[in-house]
Design a protein around this ligand. Structure first.
Ligand code: SOE
Length: 388
């Protein structure tokens, strides 16, 4: 099997995270990086020794050497770029959310099937060894019937009204912010682990900063905490939510609730869940990802520590170091990408073969959940998710 040539579009927060993960996969050759901010593209290319630098994503499409494209641009560019990549016949790994609307996502879903390109969405949190272990435990019936699925995803990088980023504006980030940006990860992971899709939602969306101070220059994700002088701001109305509380009904009968927030002081990337079943419960925290709590009524609780020798066979393949050697965020992306690149290198047909990574279909479903959340908040009622 030969190596594959990849390109990354976008050099904000997540583009370099993709590049670092790809650099750790020997079968991938990083061929090019593109950004409108050519200085940033040049500096990333230099740092990671990437031979080609482009100032527009269109050059990536036209470069016949490139076989796989990573779309790491702001949300409002996902549709146009993903579409062009698919039409060029290249394989695509897109950042989430897949597009801004389900109509756009539906068009992409149709196109990937027509062009038979391998397609993936970066729902990276599935690929922690203990997230995979949790899935295996549910599959084997170790939790019994699932009663409740609950948790949160809390951050503080948009805590002050002076914190800003393109995600705050619906024109570039989409109508939903906290739910689409981080709630999407929570929903994806919990559906993956439980094997149950979210059937219906009841949502309360909250915007605490109705006005924010927009810096007169671009501020990338998580960088708002750096000091910017008051004279460099202008006031803007905010039309996306800072936080949300969403009740859930799952197709398999489980019930749940999650809270997401980007204004929770002290919480950096506090993504936690608990699943309460009829035989036991499990709980996991993304910030301590090498521990899985298992709760019992009839005996002492357990703490499972990530250790390949103790993991299920499926989870073991995502653990690269022995027990006691922590693995985390960067490894999740690497694991996801390894599955995608192996799928391509093995010449698997994306229509026939089941993918072991999140596809555009998962991306489409996720947008349907976000749209149901928006309607529920507006109409103050349970709303069913519109799957295909
Ligand atoms: C910002 O909220 C962000 O970078 C998300 O966009 C990512 O998907 C999440 O993994 C971390 O936080």
């Amino acid at each position: 099997m030969s190596n594959l040539k990849a390109a990354v579009i976008g050099t904000g927060f997540i583009g370099p995270v993709h590049i670092e993960a790809l650099r750790r996969i020997p079968e991938v050759e990083l061929e090019a990086v593109a950004s409108l901010d050519i200085e940033s593209a040049r500096s990333v290319a230099k740092k990671f020794s990437i031979p080609k630098v482009y100032s527009t994503w269109k050059d990536i499409i036209e470069d016949n050497q490139i076989q796989v494209v990573h779309n790491c641009t702001p949300n409002n560019l996902h549709f146009e770029i993903n579409k062009a990549v698919i039409l060029s016949g290249k394989h695509i790994i897109s950042e989430k959310p897949l597009t801004l609307t389900s109509k756009e996502a539906s068009e992409l879903l149709k196109l990937v099937k027509e062009k038979r390109v391998v397609n993936a969405v970066n729902f990276n949190y599935r690929f922690y060894p203990l997230a995979q272990q949790a899935r295996t435990m549910v599959e084997k019936g170790e939790l019994g019937n699932i009663y409740l699925v609950h948790g949160n995803y809390l951050q503080d990088w948009l805590y002050y009204d002076t914190d800003y980023n393109w995600r705050v504006e619906s024109a570039s980030g989409g109508k939903s912010r906290a739910v689409a940006d981080i709630g999407s990860h929570w929903c994806d992971l919990l559906q993956f682990i439980t094997g149950q899709r979210i059937k219906s939602v009841f949502a309360d969306l909250l915007t605490f900063h109705k006005t924010r101070k927009r810096p007169l220059r671009e501020v990338s994700t998580f960088k708002g905490k750096e000091e910017i002088k008051a004279s460099e701001f202008e006031d803007v109305q905010v039309d996306t939510e800072d936080a949300a509380i969403v009740m859930l009904q799952f197709e398999g009968g489980a019930r749940g609730v999650f809270t997401v927030s980007q204004v929770s002081a002290g919480r950096k990337n506090y993504f936690i869940f608990e699943i309460d079943g009829s035989r036991r419960a499990i709980s996991w925290n993304q910030e301590s990802p090498n521990d899985l709590w298992v709760g019992y009524r009839e005996k002492a609780n357990e703490l499972m520590i990530k250790d390949p020798s103790l993991l299920s066979e499926n989870a073991r393949k995502y653990a690269h170091y022995p027990g006691g050697h922590p693995e985390g965020y960067a490894d999740g992306l690497k694991n996801l990408f390894m599955n995608v690149y192996d799928f391509i290198r093995l010449g698997k047909d994306p229509i026939v073969e089941k993918a072991d990574f999140p596809t555009f279909e998962d991306g489409y479903n996720e947008i349907q959940i976000v749209e149901a959340v928006i309607i529920s908040n507006q109409e103050k009622r349970w709303v069913d998710v519109q799957y295909k």
